[in-house]
Design a protein around this ligand. Structure first.
Ligand code: NAD
Length: 293
């Protein structure tokens, strides 16, 4: 297939490289010359505009920072420029409302489109082991699925347009709240004089067990190897967790959902980010909880 890829940053770079590895011809466009030259090294063809990149392709994949940029790129340079038969896939994390609007505009212009945000970070993007949550019609999903499979280990149809973004922010709101709950628990266990490895051995086999503890333990030297064992470098940045929590709060307001734990997680991650910790892994928030008097 001939595929245009727009936005080859930390995530998109690896994803486009995996499309090349799977045998596709990939037309790359990014505003950053550095991102474009990395894409060229991995076998993509470099383009100097979105319009040129999408001409004559079978599919357009985007991996961009936010909903405003996605809406502008599709409205200005993809719709009416890509061939009518092309399938459009936006893999960025954006708000549910913007995702639905961009797809509605694409459908009105005669295209099929899905929202397909990802779970998994830069390492999974490079390794081709992302999980995609897809919103769109059955017909659009059937066309998007083989392309997404070349970049991930799981592709799940979440429902109609916007459902992929809804699933993504619901999942990450739960992750943010469960990470903070795990962090405050370990901080308190330590203050109560428990050996943290012993507490892990107990709780990981008891009813407190959860992913933030057993797959991503925020305590160095306890549980599997995680960013905590690497001074909280790498992993999933605090700034990105905060972005997803803000999207979750917007979504909660739009449907009058009562989310006290999600709201508190959003507040705590905002404070942690404002204190200059945006690039640290999100599990580093344990440091502030340990420091509390
Ligand atoms: P990034 O900033 O590294 O990459 C974004 C790229 O888009 C940059 O190279 C930038 O130059 C390019 N760009 C911006 N505006 C553009 C435009 N108008 N036209 C073309 N290119 C443009 O970000 P990232 O970490 O790759 O994240 C991309 C998306 O994936 C975001 O929506 C993010 O929330 C989501 N996401 C990221 C992670 C992660 O761990 N990094 C995990 C899951 C989801």
């Amino acid at each position: 297939m001939k595929i245009a890829f727009i936005g080859l940053g930390n995530m998109g770079g690896g994803m486009a490289a995996n499309l090349v590895r799977a045998g596709h011809a990939v037309n790359a466009f990014d505003l950053s010359a550095e991102a474009l030259s990395r894409a060229q090294e991995s076998g993509c063809a470099m383009f100097t505009s979105v319009r040129d990149a999408v001409a004559g392709v079978d599919a357009v994949v985007s991996m961009l920072p936010n909903g405003e940029i996605v809406a502008r790129v599709f409205a200005d340079d993809v719709l009416g420029q890509a061939p009518q038969g092309a399938i459009l896939l936006d893999c960025s994390t954006i708000d549910v409302g913007a995702a639905r609007q961009v797809t509605a505009d694409a459908v009105a212009a005669g295209y099929a489109m899905v929202d397909a945000p990802v779970s998994g970070g830069i390492a999974a993007a490079n390794a081709g082991t992302l999980t995609f949550m897809v919103g769109g019609t059955d017909a659009a999903f059937a066309r998007a699925e083989p392309i997404l499979s070349d970049m991930g280990k799981a592709v799940i149809h979440a429902g109609t347009s916007g459902a992929g973004q809804a699933a993504k922010i619901c999942n990450n709101m739960l992750l943010g709240a469960s990470m903070i709950a795990t962090c405050e628990t370990f901080a308190m266990a330590e203050k109560l004089g428990l050996d943290l490895q012993t507490f892990y051995d107990i709780s990981s086999k008891a009813s407190g067990q959860n992913w933030s503890m057993t797959s991503y333990c925020p305590v160095p030297g306890v549980g599997p190897t995680t960013p905590a064992d690497n001074a909280y470098q790498g992993g999933f940045a605090t700034a990105l967790m905060l972005k997803d929590l803000k999207l979750a709060m917007e979504a909660a307001i739009s449907v009058h959902a009562d989310v006290p734990m999600g709201a508190r997680a959003a507040e705590l991650y905002a404070q942690f980010d404002e204190a200059g910790n945006g690039t640290l892994d999100f599990s580093a928030i344990i440091q502030t909880l340990k420091d509390q008097a």
